[in-house]
Design a protein around this ligand. Structure first.
Ligand code: AMP
Ligand code: GLY
Length: 423
């Protein structure tokens, strides 16, 4: 099978690493890729926003299957263009990708199909939103409706914070994404991520994970795209997974099909485990970054036929086997992230991968043969271990072998799970 992978982050490096291990693979291309992905795939210069160009490339190279990593091309309809051209693609249609592209859309799906989530209202102007917030009181959550690169959500602990977040949205802090605002009840509990494949009519549950959104140790400082993750999430017991499937994922899959938008791809459910049980915070329509890195480190089965089954409506014919050992990843980021940071800072040395240990590349590039950091989140030191504590020790051993003066990371990734492991 000839495969094209779209994307350039740590998530895509993990996908490329796993796809490259498939006996079914004959050739892997990646666009735009990164230097880590280049070890697994041939990188191609392709404007992935130009969907006609992507289709033309696939025809030219006789690509059998396209795997789309990030959400933006999916929301923009790349999967629709590829399917129209008769090319199998992993990832939902633009209509189904609204589950991530519009928070209001998802909340309406929840309301219509009785899916547990925080009570909410949608607003297209500030005065009405503010009146509602005053009536509800704090804590309360303010969300820009559209894609805002993970920055459009304010969990407001005071009324003043909520009111100024509403102003930010309508004054254009998130561009067009903030033209509509969702105001949502604050959910109290422990967060977890759940990943489940869908082919539109059947489901294959994958695994659970926990992210670390805040930039600083002890979950302090501003939100980021994620500073580290581990899988599985202990809070997602077998009972919680079963309830999540029955109460959240299955009704979403059936509801989307009923609405005429069957969902093919991965449901990445952001959950809050409250006193009542699992409640949906949000959907993403692609793998998490860095959650994907720990999932791939635990997946024992061949990834390629599983993704292909999701794309071709044959998910009921495949299964996925997982290592019982947890995996943990630590994100190394450029100093200053999530604010401004220097670009093109040199990375002098990287540790070699071992069995169950690997440093995935995210925001890296090669400049005149020198590996440099180009992004905010740059490397993902990822390891598997008999316990989360052991996986953590191995991941930080990798971190400490990275020679990159401008990098930093959190030192407490996995703290929640590790505190549970202690007798
Ligand atoms: P998002 O960018 O949508 O992933 O949201 C960022 C973070 O905001 C989530 O990971 C949660 O920690 C938090 N959050 C979002 N919605 C709620 C809610 N209704 N109650 C409490 N926290 C929330
Ligand atoms: N790590 C969170 C995300 O990928 O959205």
């Amino acid at each position: 099978m000839k495969v094209l992978l779209i994307g350039s982050g740590g998530r895509e490096h993990a996908l490329a690493w796993k796809i490259a291990q498939s006996p079914l693979l004959t050739k892997l291309y990646a666009a735009p890729g990164n230097p880590g992905i280049a070890e697994e795939a041939e990188l191609v210069t392709l404007d992935t926003d130009d969907h006609a160009a992507v289709v033309a490339f696939c025809k030219d190279k006789a690509i059998d299957f396209v795997v789309v990593g990030p959400e933006a091309p999916l929301v923009a309809g790349i999967a629709d263009r590829l399917r129209e051209a008769g090319i199998a693609v992993f990832g939902p249609s633009a209509a189904a990708a609204q589950l991530e592209g519009s928070k209001g859309f998802t909340k309406d799906v929840c309301a219509r199909f009785n899916i547990p989530t925080g009570a909410y209202q949608r607003f297209n102007n500030a005065p009405k939103a503010k009146a509602y917030v005053r009536e509800q009181g704090a804590p309360i959550v303010i969300k820009a409706d559209g894609l805002a690169a993970g920055k459009g959500v304010t969990v407001a602990m005071t009324l003043d914070e909520a009111l100024s977040a509403i102003d930010d949205c309508f004054e254009g802090a998130f561009g067009a994404a903030g033209a509509e605002v969702v105001v949502e009840a604050f959910l109290d509990g422990e967060e977890a991520s759940f990943f489940c494949l869908s082919d539109g009519k059947s489901l294959l549950p994958l695994a659970t994970a926990q992210d670390h959104k805040r930039v600083g140790d002890g979950d302090t400082g501003p939100n980021t795209g994620g500073m580290g993750a581990y899988s599985p999430a202990p809070v997602m017991t077998a009972e919680m997974v079963e309830r999540t499937m029955k109460e959240i994922i299955e009704p979403t899959m059936r509801g989307m099909a009923e609405m005429g938008h069957p969902f093919q791809g991965v449901f990445f459910a952001g959950l809050m485990i409250t006193e009542k049980g699992p409640e949906l915070i949000e959907y993403n329509v692609r793998f998490g970054d860095p959650e994907c890195q720990v999932l791939m480190m635990r997946l024992k089965s061949d990834l390629l036929p599983i993704l292909y089954a999701s794309a071709t409506g044959t998910l009921d014919q495949v299964s996925a086997k997982w290592s019982d050992d947890p995996a943990l990843t630590v994100v190394l980021a450029s100093k200053g992230y999530p604010g401004a940071y220097d670009k093109a800072t040199p990375i002098a040395a990287l540790p070699l991968a071992g069995d169950g240990a690997k440093v995935f590349h995210a925001g890296t590039a090669l400049q005149g043969g020198q590996l440099v950091a180009t992004g905010g989140r740059v490397l993902n030191a990822t390891a598997r271990g008999a316990t989360v504590g052991k996986a953590q020790a191995e991941a930080y051993r990798l971190v400490d072998a990275v020679e990159w003066a401008n990098g930093f990371c959190r030192r407490d990734i996995g703290w929640r799970a590790i505190s549970r492991e202690k007798p």
